[in-house]
Write a protein that binds this ligand. Structure first.
Ligand SMILES: [Zn+2]
Length: 323
């Protein structure tokens, strides 16, 4: 049996989330997530240059609109600040693979992931699928390489695949948030886009962490519906699910190392509880061991920076001994 070694985290497997805020004058740091910013176009440009220099070539874009509405129309109108951002990145940084989040929660006043029926206060299935498919199509037109539906709407992968294909975007791939659990670990993320639900919660469409069966069923369905990558989210408390999914389906698997996991690593390091670099390395290695082909992580930039630093140190040592 071949023993797999995990010396370095493979930078090619890391996907770095980026937040773009419409009409913002200066970038703003997320208080609960040190080092993570809501970007302007100018600060995004600088960040992408830096990512490129460090060797991170995959990004996942989230839009934060100026105006939220009941039905979140600005998410799926033909041209918006996010489609412009995608076009800009693909023109300026063609070697960067662009993934885009497909969901309505940052764009709706109520903060839910779909369109709500006013009378029943439930998600309207068909209207939500139409909105998500339209949003995905607009991102594909702008140049996105992957669209990543995260609304957990029933049939979202099938509807998006069919919409993309009918407009000739067969080559645009889908990374599906297949097993997305209703989790305590999302707390800091909701500060980013002010996207906490204003009534109820997301347990009606996100998975209960006490049940494993539904996660496996969702993954199975998304593969059948045409997902190119399936995802388990969050990552750290769900490595058993990840391992099970990898063993059962042997399919490209992404894990989302979410905001609460990131905040825990950062804030603990700030308090001197552990060395951040070692702590993060241990966590990301465990995700690789569980079978992750891709890890979506806010630590990507730090990991690349640490690797660059240690390579430089090795180089300096060699140079020194040669003299
Ligand atoms: Zn959402």
């Amino acid at each position: 049996m071949q023993i797999k070694k995990y010396n370095y985290i493979d930078l090619g497997s890391l996907i770095y989330p980026l937040f773009i805020q419409e009409n913002q004058k200066a970038p703003s740091e997320i208080i609960s997530m040190p080092g993570v910013y809501r970007h302007t176009m100018a600060s995004l440009h600088d960040e992408l240059l830096y990512l490129q220099y460090l060797g991170i070539k995959k990004v996942l874009l989230f839009g934060i609109p100026d105006v939220k509405t009941d039905q979140g129309q600005s998410a799926y109108c033909a041209h918006n600040f996010l489609t412009k951002t995608i076009e800009y990145i693909k023109a300026q940084f063609p070697e960067i693979t662009v993934f885009t989040d497909i969901c309505l929660c940052a764009y709706t006043l109520h903060g839910h992931c779909g369109i709500i029926d006013k009378d029943s206060s439930h998600i309207e299935g068909q209207a939500t699928l139409s909105a998500l498919s339209e949003m995905a199509l607009n991102h594909a037109r702008a140049g996105a390489d992957y669209v990543a539906p995260s609304a957990m709407a029933k049939g979202q992968v099938k509807a998006i695949r069919s919409k993309l294909n009918s407009f000739g975007y067969d080559d645009v791939k889908i990374m599906a948030y297949s097993a997305k659990f209703s989790s305590n670990f999302y707390g800091p993320f909701r500060e980013i886009a002010d996207s906490a639900p204003k009534f109820g919660d997301r347990s009606a469409y996100q998975l209960n962490y006490k049940s494993k069966v539904n996660a496996i069923l969702k993954i199975d369905q998304d593969i059948k519906d045409g997902a190119d990558i399936v995802m388990v989210k969050p990552a750290l408390s769900y490595l058993d699910i990840a391992k099970h999914v990898k063993d059962k389906f042997n399919y490209p698997l992404a894990l989302y190392n979410v905001s609460g996991e990131y905040a825990m690593a950062k804030l603990g390091a700030e308090k001197g509880l552990w060395i951040e670099r070692d702590f993060v390395d241990e966590i990301l290695t465990s995700m690789q061991r569980a079978g992750a082909d891709y890890i979506i992580t806010y630590h990507a930039l730090d990991v690349a920076r640490w690797q660059k630093k240690s390579q430089k140190r090795k180089f300096d040592y060699a140079e020194c001994t040669a003299i």
